[in-house]
Design a protein around this ligand. Structure first.
Ligand SMILES: [Fe+2]
Ligand SMILES: [Fe+2]
Length: 403
């Protein structure tokens, strides 16, 4: 088994870290990659304004999630939990005990590699692990690294692989932190990491969450969910805008509602209930147990309270799961966009898609009927508002016509 070990302060984790991690997994053929945020790095004092370990851990977890390799990539808090300085030699000793048969590969960038002989216990490090060093362009890397590589091989019997990360936009963590404090730098970060920084005001980023532009709003939304949900959210945003154009609703509101509609999807029941209490959302008996029904309510509350969205967006998100009687156009649009966005695939989705652009009320009725039927088949309780939505449409003369 080949295990890659990628330590560092990850202050913050940026696209360069992600590219290095990906390249290492592919080129070394790693079975496992451990991302290990350091507590106090031995080589340098942490700069002022460095977020606490828990925040850096949370950001690295978002990066790991975004890599989309859950069987391979793991985040370890072992250095954050250990007392005192984070020495790589200690970490490798622990990992060698844990995986005695494994081939350990230590991953590092240019600066770290060129100073490796000055680290704490280099001979121990190089006995326990091989080294994979990342450089910039291929030619530079080979030439720049050759003397150090030869020295380490000669002195410690080290095994060294040098890899170039071609086409990568260069940014140092120092420059990136400075940019973030000026309200810039998002282009060097994964959206989910950038959103986390904005929402928690890290690195002096003092974004006004109530007036975010679209890229920042998306980043914040994606920072709250798992990466695998992002395509659906993106699809819902675009579908909502298309429907808003077709039915002459406010496109900006439709877009922002789409971006935020599932932002609390991954909160546990406890946290959902706490948010409902905080924002005074009353819940019926079914809702108190059904975590799936709560994210629309809590998502609406977050959209309004945290991101300053207007009541129209609030109510569109609030009703996007159950629907209700007498809905506004924007509410219908989000409900249907969530149902038919391009990533959705179920029996009957084509008919619902066609209908959504031909007759909005008929499409809503079909959506609600489809949900009711599905719940009946799965012997699950049907939300009373969903039944009320159907009854309201029927009592207002809406009928499904063939076509
Ligand atoms: Fe949802
Ligand atoms: Fe959704």
């Amino acid at each position: 088994m080949k295990i890659g070990i990628y330590g560092g302060t990850f202050n913050p984790p940026h696209l360069g870290h992600m590219a290095a991690a990906r390249t290492a997994v592919e080129k070394l053929g790693l079975d496992k990659l451990l991302l290990i945020p350091a507590a106090i790095p031995p080589h340098k004092e942490l700069p002022q304004g460095t977020p606490p370990g828990a925040e850096r851990l949370a950001m690295v977890e978002k990066m790991a999630d975004a890599m989309g390799l859950p069987q391979v990539v793991e985040v370890s808090s072992m250095e954050l939990e250990r007392e005192g300085k984070s020495y790589t030699s200690d970490t490798l000793a622990v990992l060698h005990d844990r995986y005695p048969e494994a081939e350990l590969w230590l991953l590092m960038g240019t600066d770290m590699f060129l100073s490796l002989h000055q680290w704490h216990e280099p001979e121990k490090i190089l006995k326990l692990a091989s080294v994979c060093a990342f450089g910039r362009a291929a030619e530079d890397t080979a030439a720049q690294f050759a003397p150090q590589r030869e020295y380490l091989e000669r002195t410690y019997g080290a095994k060294v692989e040098v890899m170039a990360l071609e086409g990568l936009v260069e940014v140092s963590s120092t420059q990136l932190r400075e940019a973030l404090a000026r309200g810039e730098g998002g282009e060097y970060l994964l959206p989910a990491v950038y959103g986390h920084i904005l929402m928690h005001g890290l690195y002096g980023a003092h974004a006004d969450l109530k007036h975010l532009d679209l890229p920042e709003l998306r980043a914040c939304s994606y920072s709250m969910v798992r990466q695998k949900r992002v395509p659906h959210i993106r699809g819902t945003e675009e579908e909502a805008v298309r429907l808003a154009k077709r039915w002459e609703a406010d496109e900006t509101m439709a877009r922002r509602a789409g971006i935020l509609h599932d932002c609390t999807k991954y909160l546990e029941l406890e946290d959902q209930l706490a948010l409902c209490r905080q924002y005074g959302v009353e819940l019926d008996e079914l809702e108190q147990k059904a975590v799936k029904l709560l994210h629309s309510k809590t998502g609406a509350c977050i959209a309004r309270a945290v991101f300053g969205e207007p009541d129209e967006v609030y109510s569109a998100i609030f009703w996007h799961t159950t629907a209700k009687e007498d809905m506004t156009t924007l509410e219908k649009i989000l409900y249907l966009a969530d149902y038919i966005e391009p990533n959705r695939d179920f029996d009957g989705v084509e008919r619902l898609r066609e209908l959504a652009y031909r007759d909005l009320d008929q499409a809503l009725l079909l959506g609600v009927e489809t949900t009711i039927q599905e719940m009946e088949e799965r012997k699950l309780p049907i939300h009373r508002k969903t039944l009320m939505a159907r009854d309201w449409l029927l009592s207002h003369g809406v009928r499904l016509t063939e076509g």
